[in-house]
Design a protein around this ligand. Sequence first.
Ligand SMILES: Nc1ncnc2c1ncn2[C@@H]1O[C@H](COP(=O)(O)OP(=O)(O)OP(=O)(O)O)[C@@H](O)[C@H]1O
Ligand SMILES: [Mg+2]
Length: 411
Amino acid sequence: MASSLRASPQGLKTVDQARIRKGWDRQSAAWANAAKASVATLKRFWQKKYIQAQFFLDICAAVGVDWQEIVDSFANEDWDEAPDVPVFYGRTEELATLQQWIVQDRCRVVALLGMGGIGKTALAVRCVEQIKGEFEYFVWRSLTTSHWASTLRHPPSASDLLASLLFFFHQEQDNQATLSKLVDYLRQHRCLVVLDDLDAILDSAGEEYEGYREIIKRLGEERDLPSCLILTSQQKPKEIVLLEGKKLPVRSFLLSGLGEAAHEILNEAELTYKPQQGLELIQMYRGNPLALKIVSQTIKDLFGGSVVEFLRYNTIVLGDIFRDILDLQFQRLSELEKKVMHALVIYQQPIALQQLKEKISSTVSTSEIIEALDSLSRRSLIEISKEQSNVVYTLQPVVMKYVRRVYSQAL
Ligand SMILES: Nc1ncnc2c1ncn2[C@@H]1O[C@H](COP(=O)(O)OP(=O)(O)OP(=O)(O)O)[C@@H](O)[C@H]1O
Ligand SMILES: [Mg+2]
């Protein structure tokens, strides 16, 4: 059985008759209670969306129908708890590139990278919707959803993940789920596997990470593999660094801001602005859709929807969700990486390596600072540009604001 199931259109008609006999509404709280599910899950059930298998079974049992008669048995895809993405703007070029890499170039591993809230998960969902028809099987696993919390560790260990994937492919429990078995399957069938939020595991040191490292490495190196693994992550995993290349079957895609399409987010919040002001606002948040959603809401609520009023305050709004994301990213940094961030805040302007070294400490070597900058850049926290012939570094404005606040609170 797949870990998530959905009803077939015909099956829902059977359920509808059964619930009328019970005197229940389609989203009856009594029904949800009897199935130990939320009303939101019941709603998803009616929308023919995938829900966790146990909820599906309990919803059917509560209303007195046999789940096997109403399930959509075309179980060659498993969306797990991938989010719905009902509204999605722009990203046409990004989608075309990913399609080219995965479908035409037959890449085996594609890493979708970028800072928190930039839209990696949303883009992965849209990409899969477009290309899954090219594959025999499709399975989505997010390493940070409640899927794992009920039965397994959170985040899942590599063997939990292997067991879960093989369970989906073989439709039965395999007590000795190994990487070789998974590779065998992925070699015999053209499968698309998405691992969303790899950050959850990249931070857990030691053995846990070793298992994932092996999975990525093995799939990246395996010859003639018709399947593809898509990863989303804020930082670039080291295995990808070692295996990737423009013409190679392992590639990474660094997602930047939304560009022109970001205006749609401002319009959705019914903000009023002149073109230049809209651009200024978008640029301030580097087109980050999550940050723009948050600030648009603030402008709507506190500034009557006027972008110019907001810009007059010359401030950057972080919002709780975005701050949580940055908190998490910041906690994951090494002490030296934090020092580099702090130095960039103090300096404010883009700064060259030599000046940065002077600001930090004479006891830290240049190579250590380069490593720290590399790591920060892989996490999309710093911006690198050229001034005359010098390479200079600075923080993204939102990150600058955040770090400044962290250090002012610490004083
Ligand atoms: N192209 C887009 N159009 C409209 N909304 C978008 C777009 N991309 C992302 N969003 C919205 O922005 C928010 C953040 O997107 P998403 O969760 O995909 O970011 P992420 O990069 O996966 O972040 P994280 O690193 O925290 O997982 C979501 O509410 C999402 O729906
Ligand atoms: Mg995500």
